[in-house]
Design a protein around this ligand. Structure first.
Ligand SMILES: Cc1cc2nc3c(=O)[nH]c(=O)nc-3n(C[C@H](O)[C@H](O)[C@H](O)COP(=O)(O)OP(=O)(O)OC[C@H]3O[C@@H](n4cnc5c(N)ncnc54)[C@H](O)[C@@H]3O)c2cc1C
Length: 439
């Protein structure tokens, strides 16, 4: 155990994970510097201004059992800004929206036979009452559902829902991931209805507050500073962190960026690089429409029709009132897809045109109601959680070089809460290996 004081820590990435790490470590007395390549902090929680308020580039909410998020909001004095809403969900297929909020709505779905509904209901009950996800880790969700509830249950219900999240990789996904997803959602219910949380003024408020606290603790948050190279200095066992025109020396490095991006800027041996590349990713295309009028009745609409490229229409202002955005209505269109596909690589203008033309098939008047369109894309948005998933360690082959990423999260889905759980693990590890200055 080293016992040096004044350890300098470089954190790569100012998403929620990097900033929360910066907050806790600077509070413990470490000298923290966070590097962020974009001009705006937040990573997937980056926000844009709409009217007097801000909203996330990518749709976000939290669940009732996101305890790490709730604890952080309490710690930062933001818990009073958290509002809980009853979510409203539908399935859109062949020109119609089908409400899907209660077991009764499920029983009324016209495209599933009564026997499949009963079998699916029993399968969900079995999953819900099973406390051990381990036994689901060796089977794909497709095989598990098909075996327990029949082919129709996969082809006409869970298959399209999984396709919406994992595209053509849907049939590879581990049933353990599904187990965790069901548990999160079931535990976020009140009176059989799902309840979701959203921070008044956006999660950008959480990001801004973390930065303020880090600065109060003498930490630094450097925006528009892409880390280009991280090198181990053999003489001192420290690290040189290089940005454009500048090299600085740090005792500890924590990477919160995607493993594929980390490989490009670090010098790990080939074996470790291969380990980091074991998990593959889907990208996300997300269109945020600012509209003059409300479109859908529901917050979350799952699109089952395969010819429509986006798989979710999320009407944010059915959740957080349009009054918060100067009367503007906000709708997201989301699609997870292969980042090397032709669609993902289309120019933004073309992508916007395609999405809006499909949206017009669903809401014929929508084009005339659009005030603004904001397109966001990210290459590494959703890790593909296959069977027998082996979680990566937070330690790397280099001492004092730690890593976390979406690939580190299992069996739960990646999310703000899971990121904060990683933060706790890494903070504890660093504290157990290094003694900082006490505050
Ligand atoms: C469409 C979508 C919807 C989601 N909805 C929800 C939701 O409703 N609820 C929920 O809990 N979670 C949701 N998530 C997941 C959640 O957003 C993520 O799990 C979380 O934000 C990840 O945070 P992070 O800090 O780990 O990573 P990131 O947010 O990816 O942050 C990493 C940061 O590193 C920066 N970076 C990369 N390379 C470098 C470099 N070389 N130098 C400096 N900086 C660099 C990036 O710019 C980025 O800011 C959603 C994700 C997506 C894509």
């Amino acid at each position: 155990m080293t016992d040096k004081k004044d350890k300098k820590i470089a954190i790569i990435g100012a998403g929620i994970t990097g900033l929360a790490l910066g907050f806790w470590l600077s509070k413990k007395g470490f000298k923290v510097t966070i590097f962020e390549k974009r001009k705006v902090p937040g990573g997937f929680l980056e926000t844009v201004r709409i009217g007097n308020s801000r909203v996330e580039r990518y749709y976000h909410h939290i669940f009732k059992n996101d305890t790490f998020v709730l604890d952080l909001l309490k710690k930062l004095g933001l818990i009073e800004d958290l509002n809980w809403f009853r979510s409203t969900i539908s399935i859109y297929t062949k020109g119609r929206f089908f409400k899907l909020m209660t077991p009764w709505d499920f029983l009324k779905l016209p495209f599933l036979s009564p026997i499949t509904k009963i079998r699916l209901g029993l399968a969900m009950l079995y999953l819900k009452n099973n406390k051990n996800w381990g036994k689901f880790s060796q089977v794909t969700v497709k095989d598990w559902i098909t075996k327990i509830a029949g082919r129709e249950a996969w082809d006409h219900f869970w298959g399209p829902l999984f396709y919406g999240k994992f595209e053509e990789k849907a049939s590879l996904i581990s049933a353990a991931w599904f187990w965790s997803r069901v548990h999160i959602r079931v535990n976020s219910q009140e009176k059989n209805r799902e309840v979701l949380g959203y921070l008044k003024g956006s999660f950008g408020k959480l990001i801004a507050k973390l930065i303020k606290e880090i600065k109060k603790n003498q930490g630094k948050v450097r925006l528009d500073k892409e880390v280009l190279k991280i090198e181990r200095l053999s003489k001192s066992n420290q690290f040189s962190v290089e940005t454009q025109n500048k090299k600085e020396i740090y005792d500890i490095v924590v990477s919160t960026i995607n493993p594929y991006e980390l490989i490009k800027i670090s010098q790990f041996n080939r074996d470790y690089q291969n380990e980091l590349k074991k998990v593959s990713y889907l990208g996300i295309i997300c269109l945020l429409l600012v509209l003059k009028e409300k479109q859908s009745k529901y917050y979350w609409n799952n699109i089952f029709d395969s010819e429509i490229p986006f798989k979710i229409i999320l009407e944010h202002t059915n959740f957080s009132s349009a009054k918060n955005y100067k009367g503007n209505y906000l709708v997201y269109l989301g699609q997870y897809c292969n980042p090397d596909s032709k669609l993902f690589r289309l120019p933004n203008k073309k992508l916007k045109e395609i999405y809006i033309s499909y949206l017009t098939q669903i809401f014929p008047e929508v084009k005339s109601k659009i005030k603004k369109v904001i397109l966001s894309k990210s290459r590494y948005a959703q890790p593909i959680i296959e069977i027998d998933y082996q979680k990566l360690s937070n330690k790397t082959p280099l001492r004092n070089f730690y890593i976390t990423s979406l690939s580190h999260i299992y069996p739960e889905d990646r999310g703000i809460n899971a990121g904060l759980k990683e933060v706790k693990k890494i903070t504890d590890t660093i504290l157990s290996e290094v003694s900082p200055v006490k505050k």
